[in-house]
Design a protein around this ligand. Sequence first.
Ligand SMILES: [Zn+2]
Length: 103
Amino acid sequence: MAEYDRGWNTPARNAWQKARKLEETTLVAWSKKDRAWSVPSTSTPGKWYLVWIDQSIPSHRPWWERLLCSCPAGEANRMACWHRARVALHWRREEERSYRPPS
Ligand SMILES: [Zn+2]
């Protein structure tokens, strides 16, 4: 079971559900310059938030602890905003794409 399936809390679950719902209509882009992913704001069209990894958090911790976000909710506290969830979902898709069944 992947790390982001463990220890769900309500904000994380809600954020994940929103990310799933918006998956088809939102793009996650890696910004080399910022060393962060950018995720579009749903409330302010044209605005993007940056999501990056907090290197002080061990990699086995879940995404809502490992990721930081530049959105107002993200800056105020370590809330599991949907931007973080969107990046975690992006990771999962990458993982699924690279998966090869044993032959
Ligand atoms: Zn955010």
